[in-house]
Design a protein around this ligand. Sequence first.
Ligand code: NAI
Length: 341
Amino acid sequence: MTALNPIPTTLIPGDGIGPEVVKATVAVLEALGAPFKWETQLAGMAAFNACGDPMPQPLLESIRKNGLALKGPLSTPIGEGFRSANVRLRETFGLYANVRPALTIVPGRFDKIDIVLIRENLEGFYVAHEHYLPVGDDPRAVALSSGANTRVGINRIARYAFEYAVKHGRKKITIVHKANVLKVLTGLFLEEARNVAREYEGRVAVDDRIVDACAMQLVLNPWQFDMLLCSNLFGDILSDELAGLVGGLGLAPGANIGKDVAIFEAVHGTAPDIAGKGIANPISLLLASGLMLDHVGHPELATRLRTAIDLTLNQDNVKTTDLGGKATTTTFTEALVKRLN
Ligand code: NAI
């Protein structure tokens, strides 16, 4: 077999279980013969502890140069401290589209789920223009937050979603909103997404749902959904719900896509409750690396990877504890590598 051209890629081990699942993923990709040439860089709390900056310059230069990164989860201090490095990475590199597919691999409470959620990644409430107003002697008596959706940003994410549907043969997009209450912020999202939908009439069907009803319908009858198009906050919440439908956060990959840069990651966070115990499920990040293989034009390797994961889980019955099994991160990884050899 001729050697594949090496693809320089930034590798971010991340925080908490990040280094554990990243190590497993790198080992599996090596066994697969994936041609990534890794450049390891720190970000998040690991970088903050090492050099006082959660987004150090060498990290940013490496991502800018390579246009491609595989990222472990990064921890963000809650309520205080530095701003989320995840959000800042998306802003810095204009990663406007967050793609989160949810596909059943392990039959569970819900079988045969196949839904792709496209989340707007830069706007909405995540612009985080927040402040307090003092009343009397309480300096934080009132909390204020404003969201921002722009017509340009909505058009761009809606177009991405409809193009994705056409390219991947998906049939229907459901636009998720709260336009009955947030008539301006999410009303514009609905209006502009519908404008884009009209250009795809006859090729991709469209409907829309209020976010709370959508959350309920996802539990009652998830099979009615094909793709969801969401603004930032709603997409964040519903994609965790989707992960729950297919067996949990251990099985949910995500891609952050911009014009020049793409960063692939698991949907889950740093899982501080299990970090260092060696029991984290690496499949989310492995599936994210599968999306990365599709992205760089190696769908054949991505398919081999997904098939091997399926066989390891369902034929060899090797599963980590979150899926009801006994495997550790290492023993699952070894079983998967065996399937690839
Ligand atoms: P989390 O996703 O880290 O954990 C939620 C629950 O799921 C925990 O019980 C955890 O043990 C379990 N879990 C998550 N991933 C797992 C895996 N691979 N295998 C087995 N079990 C797994 O969410 P949480 O606790 O809300 O957030 C912790 C930290 O992660 C926070 O600092 C947050 O800001 C950060 N975070 C980072 C993200 C990223 O880098 N993309 C995404 C979400 C959260």
